[in-house]
Design a protein around this ligand. Structure first.
Ligand code: ATP
Length: 315
């Protein structure tokens, strides 16, 4: 805990001007889903990877807490206290003992309910932005502690990079590998998929014995990252949720095929879907595959991205 803000402070700490924070989307290079736990969560064994598809949150001083937005999901996403941005601001204010006052504006590029953890990313951005605006000065580890209560993916989006996630995904440790940039194509689908529904479908497929063998450990994926060869990484990518996402949205099969036909080394469903991500051999390949996918009519939009990139940061 930091020292509490005192109303008698005539010079409040923190930023007087706007604070702008950029936060990436995440994909899972390996998403191993264990059995359902007693607390209703599944045990996860995952390798997170932050990619260069960003949301941006601007925080300004205000007399109340407000949220406005533009971009992906505008008009669809509630801007009330159910929004993860406002939940994160309240959580930080409560932890640090400061009034939760700010004018927040979200510019959203990460599609809603896309399996890219956009809501979690926005929560991470709100923690970092309000920490700077209010001068609460928490460490990244303290922010990640608050983040874990907001959602399983939020701590990773504070840190970014490539990291191992265990527990329900909230226990994050960085993957130490020599720096390598990987090139991806992100194929955004029309409409979203509800994560809890995809988990339920996975449980159903497993009960029926039709889900395929679970992925198991992350060892092969981590070894592939160390080899720094995209063809090797392509062979190690895997997602236990893919079968469930394909079962709920069979059209994703055509998206995956089209990306591979366009020259991607591998394609997988991102997290709970319906976004599909493709690994490309290099940057120009990624650009070309994105253009071909967009023209093929198998997704709403396709764009090239790279990773790993840092987590939520003031810019
Ligand atoms: P995950 O993979 O973490 O489950 P996702 O990428 O599939 O997430 P999100 O875009 O993170 O999906 O949103 C999941 C749900 O969270 C949305 O349908 C919405 O109801 C809720 N939500 C709350 N705040 C936000 C926000 N700022 N942005 C997006 N969704 C939000």
């Amino acid at each position: 805990m930091t020292e509490a803000w005192r109303p008698e402070d005539d010079q409040p700490r923190g930023a007087s001007g706007p604070v702008r924070v950029r936060v990436p989307a995440k994909i899972n290079l390996h998403l191993g889903v264990g059995p359902l736990r007693r607390d209703g969560y599944h045990e996860l064994n995952t390798v997170y990877h932050a990619i260069s598809l960003h949301d941006e949150l601007t925080a300004r001083r205000g007399d109340t807490l407000t949220l406005t937005m533009e971009g992906e999901g505008t008009g669809e996403l509630a801007l009330d206290d159910s929004n993860l941005v406002l939940r994160a601001a309240h959580a930080l204010a409560g932890y640090a003992g400061v009034p939760p006052y700010a004018r927040l504006h979200l510019r959203k590029q990460i599609p809603l309910a896309g399996g890219l953890a956009g809501g979690s990313a926005d929560a991470a951005a709100a923690l970092v932005a309000c920490d700077a605006l209010w001068g609460t000065g928490l460490s990244r580890d303290e922010l990640a502690g608050i983040a874990a209560d907001l959602g399983s993916d939020v701590p990773f989006l504070i840190h970014g990079g490539t990291a191992l996630g265990t527990g329900r995904g909230e226990a994050v440790s960085p993957v130490l590998a020599r720096p390598t940039t990987w090139h991806w194509v992100v194929a955004v689908a029309e409409g979203g998929l509800s994560t809890p529904e995809v988990y339920r479908e996975l449980d159903r497929l497993r009960d029926a014995g039709t889900a395929g063998a679970p992925l198991g450990s992350t060892d092969a994926l981590l070894a592939a990252l160390r080899q720094r060869d995209p063809a090797v990484l392509a062979a190690a990518l895997g997602n236990d949720m893919q079968a469930a996402a394909l079962s709920l949205r069979p059209a994703l099969g055509a998206t995956l095929k089209a990306g591979e036909a366009a020259g991607a080394l591998a394609g997988i469903v991102s997290g709970s879907g319906p976004t599909c991500v493709f690994l490309a051999a290099g940057e120009s390949d990624a650009q070309r595959i994105a253009t071909e996918l967009a023209a093929a009519g198998v997704c709403r939009a396709a764009r090239a991205a790279h990773g790993p990139v840092p987590g939520a940061r003031v810019v």
